[in-house]
Design a protein around this ligand. Structure first.
Ligand code: FAD
Length: 527
C-alpha cells in the first residue's frame, strides 16, 4: 500500500515536471513503455542522491532500473519530447566526487546493479573483444573474459566502477603509458543520444558521436553497450616498489620508463605508477598495504629526515609458460638503469587478478574501520611534464607541507596514446602527469583533516597553479560555471558546444556535471 502511494506521489511529481496535461507520454511509459522498473522506493532515491564524494546531494524524482537499452531510449525520448522536459542522468556505480551522476527533480537511470546486468558480457575469442552492458562493473568484465583466458588491456586502479562511468572520463591506471586510457581501447558502442535515438557508433559509423561520448562526461549520450579490446591475460605479476628522496631522480626514471612504450614487452614494464609518501598513517597509505606486515617500511629508517619520499611502482606481467629466471633477468635489467635509494626495493609476486583487484582489499580494510563512507574531497589533475618540478615544490613541499589525508598518486603518461578526437582535454605537452590527491575528510578533532580544511587546500592548489601559470587540466573535472568549463575545454569548447546541440539539444543528459544548463520550462530547475 505504502509503495503504491509513493508511486502515485512520484507520478504526480512527474506530471508537474513534464506537464502531463499537454503531453500524455508519461502515462504511456507507465502503461506500456518499459520492461525494467521505474522506482520511487526511498532506498533507491536515497542512494541515487549521493555519491562517493559525499559532499553533494541532489534528489531525483524517480530511478529507472532498465532491463534493456530500449528502456533507456524510451525514457530519454520521453524527456526530450515532453513539453517541459526533465533531466536524465545515467548513474554507473555513483563513484563520482561532486554529484556528477546526480540530478535534481529528474530521473536517474541506475545502469549498474548488484545482480545481473541487463545483458551479460559476450566474448569474441577470435577477434579478442568483449561486448558489455554500459553499467557493467569492470570487476565483472574481468571475471567473464578470464573464462576465455583474455582480459582488457587498460584499467583503472579500482574495478568497482562501471564501464560507462569510466569511459565518460577516460579510465586510467599504470597501463595507460603503454595502451592509452580505457577510452583508447574501445572498438564500438551503442549509445542513446539526448534525443532518445539508440545508435551503434565506432570509428566508421557515426564517428562524431563515438568520439564525443568517449571522455564526454555523459553529455552526448548514454552508453548501453561497449566493445572492449582484449589481450591474452597474464597469469602472474611481479610487483615492485622502489623509493626516492630526490624528486627529479624519481620523475626522470618514470619518464625514462614510459619512453620505452614502443619496445618489445621483454624490454619494458607493464605498469608504471608512483606515489608521494608523506607519513605512515593508514588513511594516507591505504593503497600501500603491500609494504606491510610482511614488508614493513619505516620512512624514518630510510633517512628521509621527515621529508617527502616518492615511491615508484612498477610491474612485470608473466604467463604460466614464462621462464621465471628470464622474468628475474628482465626486471633486474630494467632496475639497473634506475636511480632509487639503494636497498629500498620491495618486491612481491601475486596472481594477475589479485593485482588488478588490489584496491578492493584496501577498501575492505577501510570499511572495517569506518573510514570508507566518509567525505572525499578528491582533486585529480593532469600536470604538464615541464612544470612538474614547480608543482612538487609548490604543492607537495609547499601547500601540503608534511600533512595530507589520503594517498597522492603521481605518474606520467604519453599523450600520443590519447585520441585527440575524444572529448577529454589534456595538457599541451607530449608527456603529462596524473596527480591524484585522494583525500578522506575525517571528523576526529584534527583540524587539518576536516572537509573544510581539505576543500580549502584544493582551492589553494588550483589558485597556485593558475598564478604560477602551470597549465593543469582537471581529470574528473568539477566546475560550477560555464565560463570555467569554457576555460577547461579551451580550443575544444566550440566543438563541445556544437556536438551538444547536435546530440543533446535540450541539455537533458548528465546535468550533474553542470556543463550546460537544461533548456526546460522556467519553473523547472534541474541542477
Ligand atoms: P558515476 O559516478 O555513476 O558516473 C560518472 C559520470 O558518468 C556521470 O556524469 C554519469 O552521468 C556518467 N555515466 C555513468 N554511466 C554512464 C553511461 N553508461 N553512459 C554515459 N554516461 C554515463 N578513475 C580512473 O580513471 N582511474 C582510477 O584508477 C580510478 N580509481 C578510482 C578509485 C575509487 C575508489 C573511486 C571512487 C574512483 C576512481 N576513479 C578512477 C574515478 C572513476 O573513474 C570515476 O569517478 C567514474 O565516473 C566512476 O564510475 P561510476 O560508474 O561510479 O560513474
Amino acid at each position: 500500500m505504502a509503495g503504491k502511494l509513493l508511486l502515485l506521489f512520484a507520478i504526480c511529481r512527474l506530471i508537474v515536471i513534464v506537464g502531463l496535461t499537454l503531453n500524455p507520454t508519461v502515462t504511456d511509459l507507465f502503461r506500456v513503455g518499459i520492461h525494467g522498473k521505474l522506482s520511487v522506493d526511498p532506498h533507491d532515491i536515497k542512494s541515487a542522491s549521493m555519491d562517493f564524494g559525499k559532499t553533494t546531494r541532489n534528489e531525483p524524482t524517480a530511478v529507472l532500473h532498465p532491463a534493456t537499452a530500449d528502456d533507456v531510449a524510451k525514457l530519454v525520448k520521453l524527456a526530450y519530447q515532453s513539453s517541459h522536459g526533465f533531466s536524465v542522468s545515467a548513474r554507473g556505480h555513483g563513484h563520482s566526487i561532486n554529484g556528477q551522476s546526480q540530478t535534481a527533480n529528474g530521473v536517474v537511470i541506475q545502469m549498474s546493479r548488484s545482480g545481473r546486468s541487463p545483458a551479460v558480457p559476450e566474448v569474441c575469442e577470435k577477434k579478442m573483444y568483449v561486448d558489455v552492458w554500459g553499467g557493467e562493473l569492470w570487476i565483472d568484465v574481468l571475471k567473464s573474459t578470464l573464462e576465455y583466458g583474455l582480459a582488457p588491456k587498460s584499467w583503472t586502479d579500482y574495478l568497482y566502477l562501471s564501464v560507462g562511468g569510466t569511459l565518460s572520463n577516460a579510465g586510467i591506471s599504470g597501463q595507460a603509458f603503454n595502451h592509452g586510457p580505457q577510452i583508447s581501447n574501445v572498438h564500438e558502442m551503442d549509445v542513446v543520444t539526448g534525443k532518445g535515438q539508440l545508435l551503434t557508433c565506432s570509428n566508421d559509423k557515426y564517428p562524431e558521436l563515438f568520439h564525443s561520448v568517449l571522455g564526454g562526461l555523459g553529455q552526448f549520450g548514454i552508453v548501453t553497450r561497449a566493445r572492449i579490446a582484449l589481450e591474452p591475460s597474464p597469469q602472474r605479476v611481479r610487483w615492485i616498489r622502489v623509493l626516492y628522496s630526490n624528486f627529479s631522480a624519481f620523475t626522470h626514471d618514470q619518464e625514462y620508463l614510459i619512453s620505452l612504450h614502443n619496445k618489445p614487452q621483454s624490454e619494458k614494464f607493464d605498469y608504471i605508477e608512483g606515489f608521494v609518501i608523506v607519513d605512515e598513517g593508514l588513511i594516507n597509505n591505504w593503497r600501500s598495504s603491500f609494504f606491510s606486515p610482511k614488508n614493513p617500511v619505516k620512512i624514518s629508517s630510510l633517512g628521509a629526515g621527515g621529508n617527502v619520499l616518492y615511491c615508484l611502482e612498477i610491474t612485470k606481467n608473466y604467463y604460466d609458460s614464462s621462464n621465471p629466471e628470464s622474468i628475474d633477468q628482465e626486471v633486474e635489467g630494467l632496475l639497473k638503469k634506475l636511480n632509487f635509494i639503494p636497498a629500498s626495493v620491495f618486491t612481491t609476486d601475486l596472481p594477475y587478478v589479485d593485482f588488478l583487484d588490489r584496491v578492493h582489499k584496501a577498501e575492505l580494510k577501510l570499511r572495517s574501520k569506518g573510514l570508507w563512507e566518509v567525505p572525499h574531497p578528491w582533486l585529480n589533475l593532469f600536470v604538464p611534464k615541464s612544470r612538474i618540478p614547480d608543482f612538487d615544490k609548490g604543492v607537495f613541499k609547499g601547500i601540503l607541507g608534511n600533512k595530507t589525508s589520503g594517498p597522492i598518486l603521481i605518474y606520467p603518461m604519453n599523450k600520443n596514446k590519447w585520441d585527440e578526437k575524444s572529448s577529454v582535454v589534456t595538457p599541451d605537452e607530449d608527456v603529462f602527469y596524473l596527480v591524484a590527491l585522494l583525500r578522506s575528510a575525517l571528523d576526529n578533532g584534527e583540524e587539518t583533516l576536516t572537509l573544510k580544511h581539505l576543500s580549502e587546500e584544493n582551492r589553494k592548489i588550483l589558485k597556485f597553479c593558475k598564478e604560477s601559470n602551470i597549465r593543469v587540466k582537471q581529470y574528473l573535472p568539477h566546475y560550477t560555471t560555464q565560463e570555467e568549463w569554457m576555460e577547461h575545454y579551451g580550443d575544444k569548447w566550440q566543438q563541445i558546444y556544437r556536438k551538444k546541440m547536435e546530440f543533446d539539444p535540450r541539455h537533458i543528459l548528465a546535468t550533474g556535471q553542470r556543463v550546460f544548463e537544461p533548456r526546460f520550462g522556467s519553473e523547472v530547475r534541474s541542477w
